[in-house]
Design a protein around this ligand. Structure first.
Ligand SMILES: NC(=O)c1ccc[n+]([C@@H]2O[C@H](COP(=O)([O-])OP(=O)(O)OC[C@H]3O[C@@H](n4cnc5c(N)ncnc54)[C@H](O)[C@@H]3O)[C@@H](O)[C@H]2O)c1
Length: 415
């Protein structure tokens, strides 16, 4: 099948974005050059569903340099950048994606990359793997394995793993230290505020920001809100995380209370209906709502549309809803990941680490195909540490090395 994108003529703009990424992703560039020589993916078809912007495109080109036949789609209706998709097609890859897909189009694109009969799956959120296991089970036997990029995708896989339903091995890329320590925390922390700031053009200093969820992404989002001068309130369901938020200097309370106080809201829990109709009803006039969790269910958008008496687009990516009680509340990017729907996603230097882990995990799957079981597996620790060492070197930083005496001291029972 041939590619389905918005407009091939946009390729030059996409190519420039990819060149900028290339300059800022030394780890991926190193792997690109290595793969070009060693061709670890020769003869392998890779189906990939990841937010289709420039960093993802560079991952695709890196795998293609290693001999992979790439079949690419997005992982969210609003995160695909059409110029980047065009640049990949111009480079000879098959792409099925455009910005603003309907649910039917999104599903059709997922099917298109599965129907090629992939050997490797690279997923972000679990849509490829889910559809493979429900509607394309006959193609699963050919799959060597796959890699999952994000927390929500891992949660879906863990449920399948517990029920022994997985038909091929899946690598928990998100759980690698060199992924979630940096991508989820510093990547989300910076890019969420980039998305909110460029979309609203409003001041954050002096405002009240409510962050729902104090996991890896929530910590980054709250930390950067504080840095911008906001007073931050955290909502949680986990008592330990809640204490951590308190000790980090944030206020903690239930959403029912926080809803009355917030100027900005960011949900980043991976959970459903974290902000619901009761919360909308008590919000201040002008409250701005955004989501950074994988799916658009964290803000109850269906409930909001149902109770709204009026709706108006205020700026690109800002939809206003007038409540029966008279106040207007505003939702960014239709409640989809604000850093990708309203921005360019994580900084390149962050995705350099995440996608180096992705590329090396895919290589690991090929090299260990005969030994791996149909289970969830972790990124090998040596891969994580090797990526850390190389990134540190690219950052121009050195660290100490244990002397033999110190090593002996640390490994002996008697001190
Ligand atoms: N926007 C991005 O670029 C980006 C990047 C990485 C991950 N994600 C997504 O963000 C979400 C969170 O990822 P994470 O790595 O921070 O996960 P995490 O598991 O580290 O954190 C989630 C936190 O939310 C809390 N939580 C769950 N339900 C809640 C509720 N109803 N109310 C309040 N708190 C609740 C949990 O206790 C946990 O502390 C996932 O959907 C993940 O896929 C998005």
């Amino acid at each position: 099948m041939s590619s389905e994108i918005k407009d091939i003529n946009l390729w030059e703009s996409g190519e420039r974005k990819i060149q900028w990424v290339r300059k800022n992703c030394p780890l991926l560039s190193m792997l690109h050059d290595e793969f070009e020589k060693t061709k670890p993916f020769a003869g392998k078809k890779v189906a990939l569903s990841v937010h289709l912007e420039a960093k993802t495109a560079y991952l695709c080109l890196t795998l293609a340099a290693g001999g992979a036949e790439m079949y690419v789609t997005g992982s969210n209706p609003l995160s695909t950048q059409d110029d980047v998709a065009a640049a990949l097609v111009h480079a000879g890859l098959e792409v099925h994606a455009w910005h603003g897909t309907t649910p039917e189009e999104y599903e059709k694109h997922i099917r298109a990359v599965l129907e090629v009969g992939p050997d490797i799956i690279i997923d972000d959120g679990g849509d490829l793997v889910h559809m493979m296991h429900t509607e394309y089970r006959d193609l699963a036997a050919k799959v060597i394995g796959g890699c999952e990029e994000t927390t929500t995708g891992i949660l879906r896989l863990e449920a399948m793993n517990r029920a022994n339903e997985l038909l091929f091995p899946m690598v928990r890329v998100n759980n690698a230290m060199m992924k979630h320590f940096f991508d989820n925390r510093y990547g989300t922390g910076q890019s969420v505020w980039d998305g909110i700031n460029r979309t609203t053009n409003l001041i954050v200093a002096g405002k009240i920001v409510v962050v729902a969820g104090y996991g890896w992404c929530g910590k980054g989002t709250a930390m950067r809100a504080k840095g911008l001068g906001a007073r931050v309130i955290v909502t949680e369901i986990d008592p330990v995380k809640a204490i951590e938020a308190v000790m980090d200097g944030f206020d903690v309370m239930p959403m029912k209370e926080a809803a009355k106080l917030g100027d900005f809201f960011v949900t980043v829990t991976g959970c459903d209906k974290v902000i619901d109709a009761e919360d909308f009803a008590v919000m201040k006039d002008g409250a701005i709502l955004s989501n950074a969790g994988h799916f658009d269910c964290e803000i109850d958008m269906a409930g909001l549309r149902e109770i709204a008496v009026e709706k108006a687009e205020m700026r690109e990516n800002i939809m206003g809803y007038k409540l029966p009680t008279g106040q207007w509340i505003y939702v960014l990017g239709e409640g989809r990941l604000v850093n990708l729907a309203c921005g360019d996603g994580h900084p390149a230097e962050i995705m350099d680490m995440s996608f180096a882990i992705q590329a090396l995990s895919a290589k690991y799957l090929v090299e260990h195909a005969s030994e791996l079981k149909e289970k969830l597996i972790d990124v090998p620790n040596e891969v994580d540490i090797d990526v850390a060492k190389k990134k540190l070197a690219f950052m121009g930083k050195e660290i100490d090395v244990l002397t033999p005496e110190q090593e002996k001291y640390l490994n002996s029972a008697s001190v």
